[in-house]
Design a protein around this ligand. Structure first.
Ligand code: COA
Length: 336
């Protein structure tokens, strides 16, 4: 990805909101469902529990309250929004997009609305897209959400995957600001379709439409080669975060908080080490919410905000990796 011309505006990140299902699925609960044990899960992933929605819960049931909380904190009415972008791989329907559903529920009448599918890199891709609308002057206020109901595509008889994922959704409001003020300073996105088969959901797209056979063969569920995904994730997240620092002439002192995609505590730690950051500068909530795919980064921002780790002027590095493969990073200064 090449550098862009100087933007007309900078996209300020002015507020965050989040929503999680009530129900907790603990490692002990999983012991009763598949052949695993609580200590194995904790030591191999850092996960203690995850939140799981009731079957049939649409993503919009989490996205709408996350959006409302975000708008309320920002003091912005939904009618002021120019756009809504939702990063997800488990939208309410194949069509219409969940962003359309949320637009209607919020009453955001003048906002464009679409979903983005970029797996676990979806939120970084979506916030970069939202920022681009603002930087070019085409929109003043864009609500960017990331979330998934991963329980709808997880096989709870497969111990390789069912321990890793949870449900949740977060939202960040972007507003146009001065080009040299706080906001999204830079982002970088990458992809490598050559490794697509290492992490995928084989059925319900046009290549393998939903069918009785697809269900019987468990093709409607997420499948992955865990070890290979792991090593690509560490490598690519380190690379892209390093590249963001380099091309902006920054060093690790310029990062107040690293907000990484929460796929595995053992992926997060080497990324922090490579950037020379102590773990108290890294947001980790994987122990409580697991991997919520598109939800991880906005939920981590929401947790850090609630803990008082994020205030106006806090400099954040977001970094993610996911299926595709796709990966990316975003460097920003929080607040108005
Ligand atoms: N409970 C108990 N044992 C399990 C298990 C489970 N849930 N899952 C696998 N095992 C076993 C394996 O069968 C294997 O046994 P063996 O040595 O007798 O063959 C052993 O534990 C080690 O398995 P392995 O796959 O090597 O473990 P790992 O250290 O690579 O950890 C993951 C597995 C999935 C946690 C890890 O590879 C990972 O996090 N990968 C990345 C996944 C990811 O992030 N995906 C989304 C990316 S956005």
């Amino acid at each position: 990805m090449s550098s862009s011309p100087a933007p007309l505006f900078r996209a300020k990140c002015v507020a965050v909101g989040s929503a999680l299902p009530e129900k907790r699925l603990t490692n002990d609960d999983l012991e009763k469902m598949v052949e695993t044990n609580s200590d194995w899960i904790l030591s191999r992933t850092g996960i203690r529990e995850r939140r799981i929605a009731e079957p049939g819960t649409p993503l919009s049931d989490l996205a709408t309250p996350a959006a409302q909380q975000c708008l309320e904190r920002a003091g912005v009415d939904a009618s002021e929004l120019d756009g809504i972008i939702i990063a997800t791989i488990t939208g309410d329907y194949v069509m219409p997009t969940t962003a359309n559903v949320v637009q209607h529920k919020l009453g955001a009448h003048k906002a464009f609305a679409f979903d983005m599918l970029n797996a676990c890199n979806g939120f970084v891709a979506a916030i970069s897209t939202g920022a681009s609308f603002i930087e070019s002057g085409r929109a003043k206020k864009v609500l960017v959400l990331g979330g998934d109901i991963m329980s709808s595509i997880i096989d709870y008889t497969d111990r390789n995957t069912c321990i890793l994922f949870g449900d949740g959704c977060g939202a960040v409001l972007l507003e146009a600001g001065e080009p040299d003020g706080p906001g999204i300073i830079d982002f970088e996105l990458h992809s490598d379709g050559g490794n697509a088969d290492l992490l995928s959901v084989p059925s319900s797209g046009s290549a393998c439409p939903a069918s009785v056979e697809a269900i019987e063969n468990h093709l409607i569920y997420l499948t992955q080669s865990g070890k290979q995904v792991f090593s690509h994730a560490v490598r690519r997240m380190c690379e892209v975060a390093g590249s963001m620092l380099e091309r902006n002439n920054l060093n690790n002192d310029d990062i107040d908080l690293l907000v990484p995609h929460q796929a595995n505590q053992r992926i997060i730690e080497p990324v922090a080490r490579r950037l020379g950051l102590p773990m108290d500068k890294v947001v980790v909530n994987i122990d409580r919410v697991a991997n919520t795919t598109d939800g991880t980064i906005p939920l981590a921002i929401a947790d850090a905000f609630a803990d008082g780790q994020i205030a106006d002027g806090t400099r954040l590095m977001l970094v993610a990796f996911g299926g595709g493969f796709s990966w990316g990073a975003c460097y920003l200064t929080w607040g108005r």
